[in-house]
Ligand binder design. Structure first.
Ligand code: FMN
Length: 398
């Protein structure tokens, strides 16, 4: 039984973790983070220690650390809350990362819609400066300087993708770059850069204070620690929850008091996976059903066809259009889905769209186009009848 725990929003004494880090060498800080097996909470689950190590190993006088607070995935609202309620913790996570990789400048890339947070964030930054927790010679450590600026996001979903974010930060159009080189080698202004999610950074001070073993006691072998979930949809207790990785969908549905007639749960937002009752005993973790944190519950009154159409409309609108598989793929997928509404869709249409999905997954330039097919594949396989009958078309025709 996975436990409900409270790490991210727990009390924290600003400066305590940073002082602990400064008592260690940068390399041993990275070793500790690596040992904790912390994986990025922004979606991809890349090992944080490995990313920091890569940025540390590239020589440059200018390195950067970026807190990704773009939070554009439909159904996600946890990062806003963390930043609002645990500002000092997140910035301390950034400062520790800066010390570890040798950076002196950080940015919080803040979703444009969260503009109202800027005033309070700036105030907090000034407060931390006055406490010598950021700025020059931090904690009286000669030569360790680290400043943080806030950059407002440009309003596009793809700007959350780390290389598009960096382009946007450089005041260019927010479009993904080719990888490699990865940001840890050549990121902001071509310099080694670490991009970490807000939630990932919020775990860092706790790992410094409590150790890698403490962190590893939560979660599973391959997904250590806990995870924040933004829960919405057909349940009586929507909101933000922190559970150990490995919680099953059924356990989660019980905690959030989901409708007894829940028929589907979208895990990981529009770009994630749709689970039906057959999946409810599967664990939520990187080796099970992965998620950046969005959980949307659908009861029997919902049309899964409309859910799918809504997601694909979103993708078609948000595709940056730079690469053909994603730009054309999103449009063709929406056209295909609309066929069902018009009573012109069949099993062959689904198969054609599955073929298109494979092309998009394999040939799209970035994680956007690669993950668009996730919701199509899972909804179409689990709720095929609802798709086929969307326009009043008969199921038997399939
Ligand atoms: C289309 C797209 C949107 C993304 N949006 C976000 C986002 O809003 N926030 C985020 O932290 N990561 C987002 N990511 C993932 C980032 O590219 C990157 O992996 C992450 O910020 C790294 O931090 P982490 O290792 O701490 O997870 C997005 C990725 C893609 C492909």
């Amino acid at each position: 039984m996975a436990r409900k725990i409270d790490v991210v929003f727990s009390d924290f004494q600003p400066g305590s973790a940073l002082r602990a880090a400064l008592g260690m060498t940068p390399t041993s800080v990275i070793e500790l983070v690596t040992k904790s097996k912390l994986r990025g909470r922004g979606g991809a689950g890349f090992p944080t220690g490995l990313k920091w190590d890569a940025a540390r190993s590239h020589r440059s006088d200018d390195k950067f650390i970026i807190c990704n607070a773009d939070e554009g995935e439909p159904g996600t609202f946890k990062d806003k809350n963390i930043l609002e309620k645990q500002t000092a913790k997140v910035i301390e996570g950034m400062a520790i990362g800066a010390y570890a990789i040798g950076a002196s400048k950080g940015f919080i890339y803040l979703r444009g819609e969260y503009k109202y947070l800027v005033k309070d964030l700036m105030k907090k930054i000034e407060e931390l400066k006055s406490q010598n927790l950021i700025g020059k010679d931090i904690c009286r450590e000669k030569g360790f300087c680290f400043d943080v600026d806030i950059k407002l996001g440009s309003g596009s979903y793809v700007c959350g993708e780390e290389t598009a974010l960096i382009e946007s930060l450089e005041s260019k159009r927010g479009e993904p770059r080719n990888k490699p080189p990865y940001p840890a080698e050549a990121g902001y202004l071509g310099q080694p850069t670490v991009v970490n999610n807000v939630e990932t950074l919020s775990f860092i001070p706790h790992i410094l204070l409590n150790g890698a073993e403490w962190f590893q006691q939560f979660g599973t072998e391959k997904s250590t620690g806990s995870k924040l979930f933004s829960v919405s949809g057909d349940c009586r207790k929507p909101g933000i929850y922190e559970f150990e990785f490995g919680i099953t969908i059924r356990e989660l549905l019980k905690e959030i008091d989901a409708d007894p007639d829940t028929k589907a749960v979208q895990i990981g937002g529009a770009s994630g996976f749709c689970a039906c009752s057959d999946d409810f005993d599967k664990p939520i973790c990187f080796e099970g059903i992965p998620t950046g944190g969005s959980i949307i519950v659908f009861n029997k009154s919902r049309s899964m066809f409309m859910v799918l159409k809504n997601f694909v409309e979103f993708f078609q609108e948000e595709s940056c259009g730079q690469c053909v598989p994603c730009r054309e793929g999103c449009s063709r997928m929406l056209e295909g889905i609309e066929k069902f509404e018009q009573g012109r869709g069949s099993s062959k249409t689904i198969n054609d769209l599955l073929e298109l999905s494979t092309t998009m997954s394999l040939a799209s330039k970035c994680g956007f186009g690669q993950s668009v097919p996730n919701s199509f594949r899972t909804i179409a396989s689990k709720f095929k009848d609802e798709i086929l009958s969307a326009g009043g078309g008969e199921v038997w025709r399939s």
